[in-house]
Design a protein around this ligand. Structure first.
Ligand code: SF4
Length: 198
């Protein structure tokens, strides 16, 4: 995934040109992850959010096996909010860390119901939080504010796909501890002071 990089004197990364419009961001994400659906299966933003929670420390293939049945039984955020913990734990057990994940799904469902009336538009998980902040797209860690900022920035038809691409970008490239800046398509536009020389 080589691309021209921006380095200043002595190999110090430059702060990058601002992304400006959403078009450039979307184009670069499309280049980086042309088929984001290949990994995790989902049809709605809520399903993507659930699959993402289940994917921690688990293969996408295993997650897809579990969500096949899960999505048929849990259709709305309310269904997760009201889930019986023991039953949900058993249903997601093959994905590992099932107690913590069941707690997280229930809490996420409850938060969605209380904050957004159960609707999910743009998925904001820990990866999306980190990536949007580093790229200077937002200036906050508050998932609700990030969601609104991305809604304003991105065309509605791209909300789900772009949030999945940002999530994959965080999972595979812009990782928390050691980001792979040398592989990053967004390098030239990344203003983060912690970015690594490519
Ligand atoms: S991988 Fe590096 S260059 Fe790319 S967005 Fe993250 S911090 Fe910026």
């Amino acid at each position: 995934m080589g691309m021209p990089v921006a380095v200043g004197p002595a190999g110090v990364p430059t702060r990058g040109e601002p992304l400006g419009t959403a078009d450039r961001l979307l184009k670069l994400l499309d280049e980086e992850f042309p088929s984001p659906r290949v990994a995790l299966h989902y049809k709605t933003p809520l399903q993507l959010l659930v699959a993402t929670i289940l994917s921690a420390q688990c293969t996408d293939e295993r997650v897809n096996q579990v969500t096949k049945g899960l999505f048929a039984r849990y259709r709305t955020a309310k269904d997760y909010a009201r889930a019986d913990p023991a039953r949900l734990e058993a249903e997601i057990r093959p994905t590992g860390f099932y107690k913590a994940k069941a707690r997280s799904l229930i809490k996420t469902g409850q938060a969605l119901v209380s904050r957004f009336g159960g609707e999910v538009s743009v998925v904001v998980d820990t990866h999306v939080k980190r990536v949007t902040r580093r790229l200077g797209l937002v200036d906050t860690d508050d998932p609700e504010k990030i969601e609104f900022a991305l809604q304003r920035l991105l065309p509605k038809g791209r909300w789900t796909r772009a949030s999945h691409q940002l999530l994959l970008h965080g999972r595979h490239i812009c990782q928390a501890r050691v980001p792979k800046c040398h592989e990053c398509r967004l390098y030239d536009h990344c203003p983060w002071e912690g970015k690594r020389p490519a």
